[in-house]
Design a protein. Structure first.
Length: 81
């Protein structure tokens, strides 16, 4: 599964971009493609894994997952403890 780093993610708009480790391409990331419980968000600089699909306007990251140690995979209580 490809990996990359979140360039930015806008919570208000529900999307952002991921820079793929292989190929140095920007991939569109929509909140609905984030696989986690609760509030679906990403943080700039966060490492993620994903699948790539081709959309009308370019490549999209889907099935976006973060490593277990990442804040994305934690509940708000765990992240602030």
């Amino acid at each position: 599964m490809p990996t990359g780093t979140v360039k930015w993610f806008n919570n208000a708009k529900g999307y952002g971009f991921i820079l793929a480790d292989q190929g140095n391409e920007d991939l569109f990331a929509h909140y609905s493609a984030i696989k986690m419980e609760g509030y679906k968000t990403l943080k700039a600089g966060q490492q993620v894994s994903f699948e790539i699909t081709k959309g009308d306007k370019g490549l999209h990251a889907v099935n976006i997952c973060a490593p277990e140690s990442s804040v994305v995979g934690q509940s708000l209580t765990e992240a602030t403890a």
